[in-house]
Write a new protein. Structure first.
Length: 452
């Protein structure tokens, strides 16, 4: 018996009907749910980049925002090595710095008639960083762990020494400068005003951040995580750990080069300092402080890096010492970085137990502030005696006048510091017990829900 279709009508067989006709198993179509949360997060990120110059309108603020964009790309590229691959590098500034020099020379060539838009200079830096990673990464990625770290440190020092020995390319101690207002304006955009440069760098920041996030979700990115966690098993199933590290190193070098090109476009100069160990140490320090185990951790660390180097350095000459103390404090009490603190508290808040901790947080913050005030008073007096002794022995600190050579000021500062430390330790122990109880309650709740 055959079915009769109305005249002029057509019908496409469904997968189930085709299976019934042919006897083959019906294919199953499944679609992943639309990740609304991820769309919201990325939309907010783009919105922040878009409206930031409208909220912070001064020239100094716009310059800081541009530096934050550069630092975000640089720290995210470094986190491909450290957080994703477990490769502790002490020479990441080699790739950002070499790219800055190439980008500066590209700007000068554009001024000489090279038909390349100024807006593509960061990509020129990216290609330079990738080329440097292809050459140097072939050597460094042959080893892992401590040998890898030592090789990167040696290469970093080698490139820094070379920057002073080859003035034809690196410009010697004065570096190489350029002018970004070259070439023909495109739609009236000359990249002379700082806000125009910011929006160009913001576009590169968003695109590079999205691309690096996409890389972490690729099979290569997942295999890089496996190399970090269990390289022996990766070798056992037939993959080359050295090849995975090498390809990932090249990708990290490309994004580091983009950051270097953005730096050259923003500051219009590149000196030997951009390939120095200090810059590499800053990438390591602030990526760790932000939280290398979370994707958004380096973003937080990059913002903190700019705030510390620009704002904190204006308040005190001892800002590097304060930064070292903060790093020591984070290693001791929050080794996962700021991102881990945020995620742990979000987990507690998701189970409705964060309100039980707010008094403990106030006590921790208050006692830590007391320690900071006492220690900062001693630090400022030491720096005053070392650097500003010709101006007298008195120091203005938080509205109070301290005598850097007076025994009373030193005893008072030491007393405040010791009292703050004692308070902090007592509060910390109480908080640790309370935190452990809340975590046990959360685990019990999770098991109860799983049993339903």
């Amino acid at each position: 018996m055959s079915a009769v279709m109305p005249s002029g009508s057509t019908s496409a067989p469904t997968p189930a009907a085709s299976a019934a006709t042919t006897g083959a198993p019906a294919p199953v179509y499944s679609f992943r749910p639309y990740n609304v949360g991820r769309v919201v997060v990325w939309s907010l990120f783009a919105l922040v980049l878009l409206v930031a110059p409208s909220l912070f309108t001064s020239s100094h603020s716009v310059t800081m925002l541009s530096q934050m964009g550069i630092a975000i790309v640089a720290c995210l590229s470094y986190n491909i090595l450290l957080g994703q691959g477990g490769m502790l590098s002490f020479g990441h500034a080699v790739y950002t710095g070499l790219a800055s020099f190439v980008a500066i020379h590209a700007l000068n060539s554009i001024g000489g008639g090279l038909p390349v838009p100024v807006s593509l200079v960061p990509l020129v830096g990216g290609l330079a960083g990738m080329l440097a990673a292809v050459v140097l990464g072939f050597v460094t990625t042959k080893k892992a762990g401590t040998p890898f770290a030592m090789i990167t440190l040696g290469l970093g020092e080698l490139v820094f020494a070379m920057s002073l020995m080859v003035p034809e390319f690196f410009g010697g101690e004065g570096g190489v400068s350029a002018n970004r207002v070259v070439g023909k304006p495109v739609m009236g955009i000359t990249f002379g005003p700082e806000v125009q440069v910011y929006y160009l760098l913001a576009i590169y920041t968003f695109v590079c951040t999205a691309a690096i996030f996409a890389f972490t979700r690729t099979p290569l990115g997942r295999m890089l995580n496996a190399v970090r966690d269990n390289p022996e098993r990766v070798e056992f199933i037939g993959y080359s750990t050295q090849r995975v590290r090498y390809i990932s190193f090249i990708i990290a070098g490309f994004f580091a080069g983009v950051a270097g090109g953005m730096y050259a476009l923003n500051f219009e100069i590149a000196t030997a300092e951009v390939v120095g160990a200090g810059r590499s140490g800053a990438y390591l320090l602030f990526t760790f402080l932000g939280g290398a185990t979370f994707f958004f951790g380096p973003i937080i660390g990059a913002i903190c890096m700019v705030l510390a180097s620009v704002l904190l350095s204006e308040f005190t000459k001892a800002w590097l010492l304060y930064l070292g103390l903060i790093f020591l404090f984070m290693v001791m009490y929050a080794p996962g970085g700021i991102a881990s603190l945020i995620m742990m508290n979000l987990r507690v808040a998701a189970f409705g137990k964060l309100r039980r901790l707010w008094t403990a947080y106030l006590a921790l913050g208050g006692s830590a502030l007391v320690v900071l005030i006492g220690a900062a008073a001693m630090i400022e007096m030491i720096y005053h005696l070392q650097l500003n002794q010709a101006l007298g022995t008195t120091v203005r600190f938080l509205g109070a006048t301290l005598d850097a050579k007076g025994i009373d000021s030193w005893v008072g500062a030491a007393f405040v510091t010791l009292v703050g430390l004692a308070m902090f330790e007592v509060v910390r122990r109480h908080f640790s017990v309370q935190w452990g109880q809340i975590q046990e309650e959360i685990e019990k709740e999770i098991k109860r829900r799983e049993a339903l």
